[in-house]
Ligand binder design. Structure first.
Ligand code: PMP
Length: 436
């Protein structure tokens, strides 16, 4: 199967290169390859599979849609399935945001919802500059790529969307000011001064886009105080704050939405991945005072996936009924504590961090220097060796961040403590093997 892929599939395929398996079936947190070997899935569709693979409530919801002859494709017509889904989404939002929010269905990917958000704030403000953060990831389409804060994914793409600028993100471990924990205070001051300086080269932005925890950037949580400052700064200047919760949303970080940790609210909230309950779906939720655009301003054929809405509603309900955000928080803390214990026993872990079940283990090379601009590709090689060893041991996980030097764990929210212990044991063995 994999060799067939080499022949027929585009060179752009990504995951199977570093995780060379073909998958026969999957259930819960377990994935089974074609040889019958089982793996614990800590990638979970890049954070999509909140309830793991093929959860019974997701299956039932999908079967009900089919049994009731709900049209599988409806463009953006309303159906009872859609109404019920919208109700569930609004009931999942903090009340004050729900009261002022409007929902917009986008194309099936997070990237398309980002495009909609960018166009929305440009239309609403009449401004065109977008600010986002170094190291951030927002998708692969032109607009989303333009505001993605790393250069490697765009090195061959010359005509990006103009008027996009990058601000430093409070990445404590590799703080751009080299001062660790206090770095975020400098960043707030820098942002404020830059916005107020008419000669800074940045004209009044249409919006600022931020991830509460940078995902692909290396599972980097932003400090709560900094998020509060960012909200204050944007509010005072009337700049829409777009919070990208494509990866952090729907319980992953220990709250239904990660912005709740900082007790702030977005002007625009971008959600995808887990909200479709394993199926493709994305939405933008925004303050209705921004709803100035014309009918059809952001359209697309696939904005009405009824199966995804039904699966998404069932997922949201299950998450609430079983208080999975609380469990994600508890299990995430346990995971981090145990990873920090492993850190003491091995040589190559620079930092363990995360929020809820969005975890990062920053691998360092011999020099162990946490410089932002330092050269540490060797750490990336070691992280990939650990990933390979994990696969041998039956654990699927991802690498991300600069040079791919951060091991990322995004297990399904339903992962049990026993399964976490199993992952930890195999992970430690894998690091020891890779370090040799
Ligand atoms: N934003 C964030 C924070 C993401 O993590 C991702 C996907 N990893 C996207 C946007 C883009 O989503 P999609 O791949 O569905 O286009």
């Amino acid at each position: 199967l994999l060799s067939m892929q080499d022949v027929r599939e585009s060179n752009a395929r990504s995951y199977p290169r570093r995780l060379p398996i073909a998958i026969q079936k999957a259930e819960g947190v377990i994935v089974t390859d074609m040889d019958g070997k089982e793996y614990i899935d800590c990638l979970a569709g890049a954070g999509t599979l909140a309830l793991g693979h093929n959860h019974a409530v997701v299956h039932e919801a999908i079967q009900e849609v089919i049994a009731n002859s709900v049209p599988l494709h409806t463009l953006d017509f309303t159906t009872p399935v859609k109404e019920a889904f919208v109700d569930e989404v609004f009931a999942s939002l903090p009340e004050s945001f729900a009261r002022k929010a409007k929902i917009q269905f986008c194309g099936p990917t997070g990237g398309d919802a980002i495009e909609a958000a960018l166009k929305l704030v440009k239309t609403a403000t009449g401004n065109r500059t977008i600010l986002s953060f170094q190291g951030g990831y927002h998708g692969s389409t032109h607009g989303a790529l333009s505001i993605t804060g790393t250069t490697s994914p765009k090195k061959h793409i010359h005509a990006l969307v103009p008027d996009t600028h990058f601000l430093p993100y409070p990445y404590e471990y590799r703080c751009p000011f080299g001062i660790g924990e206090k770095g975020h205070e400098f960043i707030s001051t820098y942002i404020e001064n830059t916005l107020d300086d008419p000669e800074s080269g940045i004209v009044t932005p249409a919006g600022i886009v931020v991830e509460i925890v940078q995902g692909e950037g290396g599972s980097i949580p932003a400090p709560v105080e900094w998020l509060k400052q960012l909200r204050r700064i944007t509010k005072e200047r009337n700049i829409p704050l777009i919070i990208d919760e494509v990866q952090t949303g729907i319980g992953r970080t220990g709250k239904m939405f990660a912005f709740e940790h900082a007790d702030i609210e977005p002007d625009v909230l971008v959600v995808s991945k887990a909200i479709g309950g394993s199926l493709p779906l994305s939405v933008v939720l925004y303050d209705k005072r921004l709803d100035v655009w014309e009918v059809g301003a952001h359209i697309g054929t696939f904005r009405g996936n009824q199966l995804a809405m039904a699966a998404g509603r069932a997922t949201l309900q299950f998450i609430k009924e079983h208080d999975l955000p609380e469990q994600a928080s508890r299990h995430g803390q346990y995971f981090q504590t145990e990873l920090k214990n492993i850190q003491k026993r091995v040589n190559s872990i620079g930092q363990v961090r995360g929020l809820g079940l969005m975890l990062g283990v920053e691998i360092v090379d011999k020099t162990k220097t946490p410089n932002l601009i330092g050269s540490y590709p060797a750490a990336g090689e070691l992280a990939r060796a650990i990933q390979r060893e994990c696969l041998n041991q039956g654990v699927i996980l991802e690498v991300g961040g600069r040079h791919g030097a951060v091991i990322r764990l995004l297990p399904p929210l339903i992962m049990t403590k026993q399964q976490i212990d199993e992952v930890l044991a195999r992970f430690e063995d894998a690091i020891i093997a890779a370090e040799k």
